[in-house]
Ligand binder design. Structure first.
Ligand code: F6R
Length: 242
């Protein structure tokens, strides 16, 4: 696990450079996208580079990590809509190139299995971007998730629903209680992973991920077994590292 501590701006440039190199080498790369605050500056930088004509996602495909269960398509809190607004629509992906788990499916187990099949048939994820929850979750794999877990329905922790209430007008009761999430085993199959941790509220999770004993209690510690993970942390998120 490589660790880089820098400003959010410089970390975004570092990540965008990595995307740019990958897409120059493999224009049809398969990308794994995270929703939420952590990757926003990276997405801004990538959108700026596409607008400037220095890079293109036209041949790439992408898979999002997770989705709330039960939010109607187009709901402002739905991760599908959020990733479209924060990133996908701002670059030049082909129609249908960005996919997410279907949290509205009547058979959620089948939707989860189908999502795994789609990732496999795309050839697997070349570069996965992740955030980290204040409780150490990656995607929506809450504490206790197995390192072997696959895409499935997960019950969101009280901590995660509290953290994400900001995307639902501050109302925790409006945050769905369940989600579909890629499993930790699914994420670990990505060929390369970049995890962004920004802000003081991530400091204890970052310290546990980088320095703590690997444990299902801190799902992000599973990343320590992956051969190609770069953690990009700002000074506040890195503050609890020894
Ligand atoms: C988002 C996701 C989550 C977030 C994490 C951090 O698709 O899977 O694991 O990355 O909750 O969220 P932010 O970046 O909003 O602090």
């Amino acid at each position: 696990m490589q660790l880089i501590i820098d400003t959010e701006h410089n970390l975004a440039l570092w990540a965008a450079d990595r995307y740019e190199r990958l897409l120059a080498e493999v224009p049809e790369a398969v990308l794994g996208l995270a929703t939420g605050s952590s990757p926003l500056r990276v997405y801004d930088e990538l959108a700026a580079r596409v607008a400037a004509g220095t890079m293109s996602f036209a041949s790439a495909r992408a898979f999002t990590l997770d989705e709330y269960v039960g939010l109607p398509a187009g709901h402002p809190g739905s991760y599908r809509r959020v990733i479209d607004e924060d990133f996908a629509r701002r670059v030049d992906f082909a129609d249908g190139a960005v996919q997410g788990p279907d949290g509205t499916a009547s058979d959620l187990s089948e939707a989860a299995a189908e999502y795994e099949r789609r990732i496999v048939s795309a050839g697997g994820i070349d570069l996965q971007i992740l955030g980290i929850g204040t409780n150490g979750h990656i995607a929506f794999n809450e504490p206790g998730s197995s390192v072997h877990s696959r895409t499935r329905v997960e019950v969101l922790s009280e901590q995660t629903r509290t953290d994400n209430a900001r995307f639902f007008g501050g109302d925790i009761d409006a945050v769905p209680t369940r989600c579909l999430t890629q499993g930790i085993g699914t994420i670990l199959e990505a060929r390369e992973i970049i995890l962004l941790a920004i802000g003081a509220n991530k400091a204890s999770a970052v310290a546990a991920m980088v320095e703590g004993a690997p444990s299902e209690r801190v799902p992000a510690t599973a990343l320590r077994s992956h051969p190609r993970v770069t953690v990009l942390a700002d000074a506040a998120a890195a503050a609890a590292l020894t």
